[in-house]
Write a protein that binds this ligand. Sequence first.
Ligand code: MEV
Length: 312
Amino acid sequence: FHSGYGETWAKAILIGEHSAVYGYPAVALPLHSLKMKAWATPNLSGRHELRALGFSGPLEESGERFAGIRRAVAVAEEFVSPRRWSAFTLVTEADFPAERGLGSSAAAAGAVIRAVLDAYGISATPQELFELTNRAEMVTHGHPSGLDSATTCSRNAVMLSAGRISQLSIQSSGVVIIADSGICGSTREAVGSVRSQYEQNKPRVDAILAELGTLGSQSVNDLQRGAIEDLGIHMNAAHILLAQLKVSDPTLNRLVSAAREAGALGAKMTGGGLGGCIVSLAADQNQADMIVRRLRQAGARGVWSHRIGAVA
Ligand code: MEV
């Protein structure tokens, strides 16, 4: 049998997590060095099998953690007609941890969808692949902004603006440094918490989300002008607002401070929060190396640096 293969990668939201869910402007970067790979091999057992992240067994018994992958297989199979195979063995392999705000659920869904379509020899347009991935992402927290689904398969930075997702061409140099707190964060929980705060005090919470949106559009402008210092200032401001939404936590705050002490132009939590990662910004590789060392000393579990504007 021909194995289908699909590949996507991690993402880091520069500015606009949470406010993106409400349609406000946001920017995210694909992290091309952190890959998610998936293989789909037809099998004759009559049931889908999954091997991923410490799980090996029937897909339907894979539990809550893999709900997005089950949905990804379902949407990919719906897309294919007629279907030649009744079951696949699905294998995923990631260079980056799950539940850390790096987009592993969208990346896994996107890779699995591509692998299943590849096994059938069927091609889909980028827009179709985005829509299939985002349908799988619904399982993760019900109302995804689409930022993760788009960025985890994009060659370029991605922006959400006027409710539309598009590619962003970047003039900036600069390096982002991502550091993992080692704490698992649930996007569903974080998005749900912001939603209930929003319902309890709409004027206050909407004002915070709108301000995050303003920072989102300013950061698009910063990236287009190559105004890296301004981008850092806007990232710092976004972290304060995210802390007001109570999606940051003490470990993330500590890593943010460590990055700033080591000379970062800006630092903030990234992704859903309540654990997960921070993203910080350096003007050049030398400064980035100092920040990387400092973040490791501060207890970060994984630290990755990535040139802004770098294309795989
Ligand atoms: C999660 O990476 C980003 C959130 O804004 C959710 C979303 O945009 O769908 C928290």
